[in-house]
Unconditional design. Sequence first.
Length: 198
Amino acid sequence: MNKFHKNKIIFIILFVFFILVILSSLVYSYIIKNREKKLYSFSEKLDEKYQTISLYSTSNSTNTSQYSSSHIIGKITIDKINLNYSILSTCSEDLLKISPCRLCGPEPNQIGNLCIAGHNYDNGKFFSNINKLNIGDIIRIYDLSNNYLEYSIYDKFEVEINNTSVLSQNTNNIRETTLITCNNQNKTRIILKAKEMD
């Protein structure tokens, strides 16, 4: 076999390998996009479920506890960044892929510090855009009766991943909300603290 044929075979092998890499990348990308689409679709269904729950709930009803198994405890909206998601009652890696979750603290709009964690997908979903918020911006938290309170952001900062001081429940008997997400560039956590507006 002469040198020309060897080079031709090497070229064909490299070309086929290159095509396989491209096809594998496209298939992987399709699978990831499809999975994200399903998760966001599920998140939208959660919001519809929240709306249905709120229709059949009253502010003094004891029936809302029966919905804790559904994981929905309320909803968070922030008009400035077009954020509108159900809040799930507990926090786990799987639930964080579906919607923002209560990391700790009371039920929505009760005395204490409701800490809500949400993934930063760097694509506008969940808490990706909370870093665009400023002191004085408004967060609305709804309960299962579709009643809401407005919270004004009073502090914004970043902490190391293992810093849990922001979870403190020492609020001097006021209602607070803490939003928590990752800064994917710095490997830190973005924290927004807000308190009930007078």
